[in-house]
Design a protein around this ligand. Structure first.
Ligand SMILES: Cc1cc2nc3c(=O)[nH]c(=O)nc-3n(C[C@H](O)[C@H](O)[C@H](O)COP(=O)(O)O)c2cc1C
Length: 272
């Protein structure tokens, strides 16, 4: 084979290999998309179950087991902002109304927060939340036909990252029943301890609101006592005060007037 032919052969062969590989990659990407979406859904359901106390974070569960446990949970779509509010107008709290014509299982709040067509810009706030989705989701944990708990998605800025989690509260809308953080970029061993089940267990039965329904729950610096001694506070993470403060502000934002507050008020007054 001549030198010239050799080069042409090498180039042609490389191009063919590239073509075959790209066809293979595109094909697997398309064929795996559905499966990836399903896995994402199941993963989200597992995190909701952990917050709701229906699974533990270290429990190995198959997709079928997760889906089966999720049977007692009804996701509902809730109005967090008015999509008809003119852009640039001062923000208003959402109505908190349950949107029965919206399929709550199809609502992706994390994606909506990055989508100008699905969320409204939020003025500067201590939780570092940039946009609030028009539509939020509340997971109602049923016991028979009674709503026993509500699981709320929460998010906000820590020191290095946006932290995402779920928090379960009792039907009184103030008593915390569980929390789980499933995504963040805080430092392992410091802020990353928000994932530690022995820390999140300390949240159990602490309360979100004061008597006037203002959110006062806080991750305090240092240790707190029992629930009776400090009903509204949980121990800070040592060496991670900035992450701890971010958690406090995130919780307060989402249960407050500009988060799920209007929904929670309607729920406790009307039991829906
Ligand atoms: C490498 C490195 C990583 C850190 N990661 C975190 C973190 O994830 N969360 C946090 O709040 N503080 C973190 N800190 C510490 C903060 O800079 C700050 O000192 C701390 O939040 C103060 O908390 P303390 O008053 O409990 O010590 C980190 C510091 C260093 C040097």
């Amino acid at each position: 084979m001549s030198r010239k032919q050799g080069a042409a052969y090498t180039l042609g062969f490389s191009a063919l290999v590239c073509l075959v590989c790209s066809v293979f990659v595109s094909f697997s990407n398309v064929s795996l998309k559905e499966r990836q979406e399903l896995n994402r859904q199941v993963d989200k359901q597992k995190n909701v179950l952990v917050a709701a106390g229906l699974a533990t974070s270290d429990e190995k569960l198959s997709s079928e087991e997760i889906v089966a446990r999720f049977q007692s949970i009804v996701p509902v779509a809730v109005a967090l902002r008015d999509p008809n509010q003119p852009k640039g107008e001062e923000r208003k709290p959402g109505s908190g109304a349950v949107l029965s014509d919206v399929d709550a299982t199809a609502v992706d709040m994390v994606a909506a927060m990055q989508d100008e067509n699905a969320s409204l810009r939020e003025p500067a706030n201590k939780a570092g939340i940039l946009r609030v989705p028009y539509v939020g989701v509340v997971y109602q944990v049923m016991e028979g036909d009674r709503v026993a708990r509500l699981v709320l998605p929460i998010s906000g800025k820590g020191l290095w990252s946006t932290m995402y989690g779920f928090m379960a509260i009792a039907a009184d809308t103030t008593t915390i029943k569980g929390v789980s953080f499933y995504d963040h970029g805080e430092t392992a061993g410091l802020g990353g301890e928000i994932e530690n089940p022995s820390w999140t267990a300390r949240w159990h039965d602490r309360r979100l609101f004061d008597d006037a329904w203002q959110p006062i729950f806080a991750v305090r610096k240092g240790a707190t006592g029992s629930v009776a001694e400090d009903p509204h506070g949980v121990d800070g993470l040592s060496g991670a005060t900035l992450t701890s403060n971010g958690v406090t502000e995130s919780v307060r934002f989402w249960v407050g007037e500009y988060g799920y507050g209007p929904y929670l008020k309607a729920f406790r007054e009307g039991g829906r």
